[in-house]
Design a protein around this ligand. Structure first.
Ligand code: TRP
Ligand code: SF4
Length: 338
């Protein structure tokens, strides 16, 4: 079976944008591939180094969301990056052969620094972000990496680094295969204010929101601004509520709503009610499953612990070959923690 790997930074609870953009795909991939999914807490630390106190909570939230949507720890290895120290070892080794210029020219380096200009990101950790990501991927010899379009330059760097490593330290077959991206078409999922759904805009509907919370967010949601009164006809093409319908509501019900909108036959509240009911079809079973993990507070952590142990076995194998290819002096004393 070919191998898939992907990671998410623990920056907060997951919302329906994460579900539609990434998770629904991760779930499907479990049927066809051997999957490794991990919480990239070191990557989160590269920008959150001064808010590290929330990492533990966010990590557990994410894992509970993963389990609730149907990532299956029996089939996929779910693990925590910082529990698998081999990622850091490989990062150090790769850093010896990676020119600074390769990292400086990764577009996200400049972009994110500009977006987050209030924060000092002139750190080694932040510059090295895509190289750590490379280590995350190739230490599992992953064949495919499901990511959004913004991550493609990182995958490109990973392949360049692999080529350089295999060329510089040849061994039969090469230690690392070049990882390929599986491009996830990132749909634009609008939040309640019409902008892209994002925690930082405060416009997100979270997978863990209660039914009441979801409705309290949908009810005042932005609609076609031309539809001021109930009697004004609207244009669904200009309405973020309708954009959400596209993900959740069947074609025929959607047509009906669109028609009602254009003729002022239905009001926005009616239209949002329909959306709410359709969204709840996804969210009700999620909440149910999540409750199991809320009631057993240690369970999510235990699953992560088990997954991380499994991940380490895999890394140990790769690192043996990597050290051998480099011809690092091998002591027989073993390593602390083995
Ligand atoms: N950089 C990725 C993101 O922001 C997270 C990530 C870290 C990742 N390591 C990875 C994704 C390895 C795929 C593979 O979404
Ligand atoms: Fe948007 Fe629906 Fe109101 Fe039309 S009726 S403006 S699609 S919320």
């Amino acid at each position: 079976m070919k191998r898939v790997l992907s990671g998410m930074r623990p920056t907060g609870p997951l919302h329906i944008g994460h579900y539609l953009g990434a998770l629904s795909n991760w779930i499907k991939l479990q049927d066809e591939y051997e999957c490794f999914y991990f919480v990239a807490d070191w990557h989160a630390l590269s920008t959150m180094y001064d808010e590290s106190g929330s990492l533990e909570e966010y990590t557990l939230e994410i894992v509970k969301d993963w389990l609730a949507v149907g990532l299956d720890p029996e089939r996929s290895t779910l693990f925590l990056q910082s529990a698998v120290l081999e990622h850091a070892e490989l990062f150090v080794l790769l850093s010896m052969i990676t020119p600074l210029s390769w990292l400086e020219r990764v577009p996200s380096y400049k972009e994110v620094r500009q977006q987050m200009s209030h924060k000092d990101l002139s750190t080694i950790g932040f510059l090295g972000y895509p190289l750590l990501q490379t280590a995350d991927i190739i230490i599992y010899r992953a064949n495919y990496v499901p990511v959004g379009i913004d991550q493609l330059p990182h995958l490109e760097l990973s392949r360049e680094v692999v080529r350089r490593f295999n060329h510089m330290y040849p061994s039969t077959g090469g230690v690392f295969p070049e990882p390929m991206h599986l491009l996830t078409e990132a749909p634009k999922v609008p939040g309640t204010d019409g902008r892209k759904m994002s925690k930082s805009y405060g416009n997100a509907i979270y997978l863990k929101d209660s039914a009441e919370e979801v409705w309290e967010k949908l009810r005042p949601m932005v609609t076609d601004p031309a539809r001021v009164r109930r009697t004004d006809p609207g244009d669904p093409e200009k309405c973020p509520v309708y954009e959400l319908h596209v993900f959740f509501t069947s074609e025929s019900r959607r047509q009906e709503a669109a028609e009602g909108c254009r003729t002022a036959g239905i009001g926005c509240i009616d239209c949002k009610k329909i959306l709410y009911e359709q969204m709840e079809k996804l969210l009700v079973p999620l909440r149910e499953k999540r409750r199991v993990f809320d009631e057993k507070p240690d369970l999510a952590g235990e699953i992560l612990t088990e997954g991380s142990a499994r991940a380490r076995l895999e890394c140990a194998r790769t690192m043996e070959s990597a050290r051998e290819a480099i011809q690092l002096f091998r002591l027989n004393a073993g390593r602390a923690g083995d």
